[in-house]
Design a protein around this ligand. Structure first.
Ligand SMILES: C[S@@+](CC[C@H](N)C(=O)[O-])C[C@H]1O[C@@H](n2cnc3c(N)ncnc32)[C@H](O)[C@@H]1O
Length: 330
């Protein structure tokens, strides 16, 4: 009989605390890390320091650290800020980060909250957070919320923090920062950039993380939190004008063959609606909206523009024109 396979990583064994393998015998590797909680822990103190440096902390800052893990960032943040509120949902990690600062003068600057950050409502001291550190939580939470919504939720009802340092999978970060004409420029880029000044500050290679499946990560910063980002399912879509539809009939009486628009049913020849009164009403609203859309596009002279090449100001002009027509986007 062949030998039973053993895991190459240091996470085999039955209990959460286990003897680290020789290969991964770092101070951090005492846990059986839970990938479901996004527990990809930084093992390079130089990288942890570089990430914290990017926040340009002030001695008066209150920092919300989401998911401190074993405290690799926390120990650096407490040296530079007035206070750190660390919200951690894994009790083992919460205990570890607390233990790491025990007996040190900085201990009194740290408040550890055990729980799910999404369910903290409101977050303690929520008025005074100037900086949010949220490292690579999206995989932990993406089951029920896309990462940017998580960030909004985390800082909901809060004065926008001066800076957020967020770690995302590389592809996602590249979309956040993509510029008009880039292949990755999409609705996410536009929404995110209207919402905040975003820059790509650091790449964190796989070798700097314990227990990661992902090749490349990066942090973004200067993201004041506001509302208005799109759902995950929509992020690949571009804001496009249906150019083929520009000459469609505006005749609400149904004299013309009206193409299906915004999902409204077609009106058949002779003006008879395909369904009952509700549908007819919907159709009329759709036609009305379509007329307004056409007007907005004409006025802004953007009817021929491709969304993939449009700049922030173009989108803002469009938005203003839609608002002036009574069309508002939530
Ligand atoms: C990627 S680790 C980051 C650890 C640490 N910041 C580091 O870089 O070494 C993510 C941490 O977030 C915690 N976490 C995951 N989901 C959470 C949630 N909803 N609320 C609070 N903490 C969460 C995990 O338990 C884990 O410790």
């Amino acid at each position: 009989m062949g030998k039973a396979k053993t895991s190459k990583r240091g996470n085999s064994g039955s209990g959460p605390y286990e003897r680290p393998s020789k290969k991964n015998a770092t101070a951090n590797n005492v846990f059986k890390f839970t990938k479901d909680l996004g527990q990809h822990i930084l093992k390079n103190p130089g990288i942890a320091q570089a990430i914290v440096d990017k926040a340009y902390l002030k001695p008066t800052d209150v920092v919300l650290e989401v998911g401190p893990g074993t405290g690799n960032l926390t120990v650096q943040i407490v040296n530079q800020a007035r206070k750190v509120i660390a919200v951690e949902m894994d009790p083992r990690m919460a205990a570890e980060v607390t233990k790491r600062l025990q007996g040190r003068p900085e201990q009194k600057k740290l408040e550890v909250i055990l729980g799910d950050v999404i369910k903290q409502d409101p977050l303690p001291d929520h008025d005074s957070q100037q900086v949010v550190m949220c490292l690579h939580l999206e995989y932990a939470l993406s089951d029920f919320k896309p990462p940017r919504i998580q960030v909004i939720t985390i800082t909901d009802n809060v004065e926008p923090p001066r800076t957020c340092i967020l770690m995302f999978q590389r592809e996602f970060a590249m979309r956040l920062t993509a510029q008009p004409g880039d292949s990755l420029y999409c609705r996410l880029s536009v929404n995110a950039q209207l919402w905040a000044k975003i820059s790509h500050v650091l790449k964190v290679g796989r070798a700097n993380l314990i227990e990661t499946n992902y090749r490349l990560f990066c942090a973004t910063h200067d993201i004041p939190i506001d509302e208005g980002l799109v759902d995950d399912a929509e992020e690949d879509e571009e804001m496009e004008v249906d150019e083929n539809d520009n000459d469609a009939s505006m005749d609400v009486d149904g004299d013309d063959d009206m193409p299906s628009f915004f999902g409204a049913p077609k009106i058949q020849d002779g003006g008879a609606p395909t369904s009952k009164r509700g549908s007819l009403r919907k159709t009329r609203i759709a036609v009305l909206v379509k007329e307004k859309v056409r007007k907005v596009l004409e006025e802004t002279q953007l009817a021929e523009s491709r969304s993939a090449k449009m700049h922030e100001n173009d989108f803002l002009s469009l938005l203003a024109a839609f608002n002036a027509e009574g069309i508002h986007f939530s």
